[in-house]
Write a protein that binds this ligand. Structure first.
Ligand code: XMP
Length: 558
């Protein structure tokens, strides 16, 4: 069991948890103006954290998530992150992720050996292990055959410290062709697999550990046990981190950032902006004003639910702007998807800007940026951050010069839901499926977005939601919704010929919307939804099911 070493103590804890950094230009969703925002505070440093250095692995994000699930705060940093930045965070341990390269390939990411001499335990996973082996004098070569997928792992001599207590034979998940043939001098080989003579190694003296398999994927049944062993017994992590532990920390950080200032927050109806708003409200109370811009392309009852929950139930000051007419007027005659997005983005900004002016001197803009957005936009977001253009709430033009408040930027979506529940956000918001900023407009496809079409789509969508919820599937699905293609087909309803719109049912499962699979909805659910939509929604005479995954499709039709 590891105790804190001198070198570990020497890695000083930085007190400057609200360190300010400059965020470069960000572009608003579908909108022209480039937004230049002032500084944002970096995330508060957790007392105990484990840093994952990303060498480009497919599962790097998942490693950080799994570590957090073990109760230890973890962040993903690019592998090139400077030594100074790493040591200033005073991590309890480092994890070197997998990566797509061969350690011998030209331009393959390198390992700075200083990272192995910080006096804190280091765990190399896959490529991370191979890098460690190569740098320290082991032998890494291409195996005669790769190991991709489920692989048999056989422990040697009880599995050493890292794998102690695991079954002598077990399944794990591998994804590699290069492998370690000999561990570096002074290291013990702990396990092997059919193509990996050294599938795990360790040097207890140096606190260095390597595994060829992926403990972070669910197909490695003992993966969590391996991570827990590393985090608790080897790295000595003791505190128990939970998503809810960010509440007090963020409330303090928001108070020190905003001081006596005022903030505004655009609520979209989704869980991210709602949770960000509640945190800020807890920190600064009535000095936060939420703005809910109803652009007329929301789902059924969405506006009234937001108003009821925030203004009436949670006591958060909320301005409700009914801007349906101005949005729909501007969308008249437009059917090109990008033009639609652009118009909606611009109009949103305009409305929001007007409201911000009414709030007066609001110097702060609250956004529900998540950790996955931060990672997607280039690392930990402190050296190079750009908000992805899908962001729900519109941006603001230069001259507003608002400072961003982003209390969720260290959290994954499921963690935000845990925080939301802790903050008493009603369940229907906590578990709300994602909904695009441009709303139903991007689900009326191939023709103009009219009030009539929106009404048809909204009614059909409400029926689908009801049926999905009644079947107990709402939370299992990433998204479930209807699309209205602007075409008409012939049907027979009663004794009459009809010539009406079809409705497409789209339901997908996904972890992060980067990839998605079409959901295998039960036939009886589909039948009920189809019957009800055709019988209850005038203007529809046909219901179809979209069975396209992403890729090659996208989740939305536009
Ligand atoms: P796609 O269609 O690209 O969608 O597979 C991935 C996720 O993003 C949502 N989405 C949007 N969200 N503004 C948003 O705020 C948009 O313009 C937009 N387009 C897609 C989509 O619903 C899914 O969750």
């Amino acid at each position: 069991m590891a105790t804190e070493t001198d070198a570990q103590r020497a890695v000083a804890v930085t007190e400057d948890s609200a360190e300010r950094v400059h965020v470069p230009e960000r572009s608003a969703p579908g909108a022209d103006p480039e937004i230049v925002l002032r500084e944002v505070p970096a995330a508060a440093a957790a007392t105990e954290e484990v840093l994952v250095l990303d060498f480009g692995g497919q599962y790097s994000q998942l490693i950080a998530r799994r570590i957090r699930e073990c109760g230890v705060f973890s962040e993903l940093l690019p592998h090139e992150t400077s030594l100074a930045r790493i040591t200033e965070r005073a991590p309890k341990a480092l994890v070197l992720s997998g990566g797509p390269a061969s350690v011998y390939a030209d331009g393959a990411p390198d390992l700075r050996t200083e990272l192995l001499d910080l006096g804190i335990p280091v765990l190399g996973i896959c490529y991370g292990m191979q890098l460690m082996a190569r740098e320290l004098g082991g032998k890494v070569e291409q195996a005669p055959a790769g190991e991709f997928g489920r692989t048999q792992l056989s422990l040697r001599d009880g599995g050493g410290t890292l794998l102690d207590g695991l079954p002598a034979e077990q399944q794990c998940w591998m994804s590699h062709r290069d492998t370690v043939f000999e561990p570096p001098p002074g290291f013990d080989a702990l396990a092997s697999s059919p193509e990996s003579p050294v599938a795990a190694f360790e040097s207890r003296d140096r606190g260095l550990y390597g595994i060829q398999f992926h403990p972070e994927v669910v197909h490695t049944p003992h993966g969590t046990q391996v991570l827990t062993r590393f985090l608790r017994d080897i790295a000595g992590c003791r505190e128990r981190w939970t998503p809810a532990s960010v509440i007090d920390e963020q409330v303090d950080a928001i108070r020190s950032q905003v001081g006596e200032g005022r903030a505004i927050c655009g609520l979209s109806g989704g869980v991210d902006s709602a949770t960000a708003a509640l945190l800020v409200h807890r920190a600064i109370g009535e000095r936060l004003t939420c703005v809910f811009v109803d652009h007329g392309m929301m789902r059924k009852d969405e506006a009234s639910q937001v108003i009821e929950a925030f203004r009436e139930r949670l006591g958060v000051p909320l301005v409700h702007v009914d801007a349906a007419d101005r949005f729909l007027d501007r969308l008249a005659g437009v059917d090109d998807p990008e033009t639609k997005r652009k118009i909606i983005g611009e109009e949103f900004i305009r409305v929001f800007e007007e409201q911000a002016a009414e709030v007066g001197d609001a110097g702060y803009l609250v956004q529900g940026t998540l950790y996955s957005d931060v990672i997607e936009s280039g690392g930990d977001g402190r050296e190079a951050a750009t908000i992805k253009s899908h962001h729900n709430v519109g941006g603001l033009p230069d001259e507003m010069e608002m400072e961003l408040v982003e209390p969720l930027r260290t959290l994954f979506k499921d963690e935000v839901r845990a925080v939301a529940a802790e903050l008493d956000l009603p369940d229907r918001f906590v578990w709300r499926q994602p909904f695009p900023g441009p709303g139903l407009a991007i689900r009326v496809v191939g023709g103009e977005v009219t009030r009539e079409r929106l009404e048809i789509l909204r009614s059909a969508d409400a029926i689908l939601q009801e049926e999905v919820r009644a079947a107990g599937l709402y939370r299992e699905l990433w998204q479930s919704f209807c699309v209205l293609p602007v075409v008409r087909s012939v049907g027979v309803q009663g004794d009459e010929r009809s010539y009406s719109y079809p409705i497409v049912i789209r339901a997908v499962t996904s972890d992060d919307a980067m990839t998605a699979d079409w959901a295998r909805l039960p036939y009886d659910l589909l039948e009920r939804a189809s019957n009800r939509i055709i019988n209850e929604v005038p203007g529809v005479n046909r219901v179809t099911l979209d069975i396209t995954s992403k890729p090659p499709g996208t989740i939305e039709w536009e």
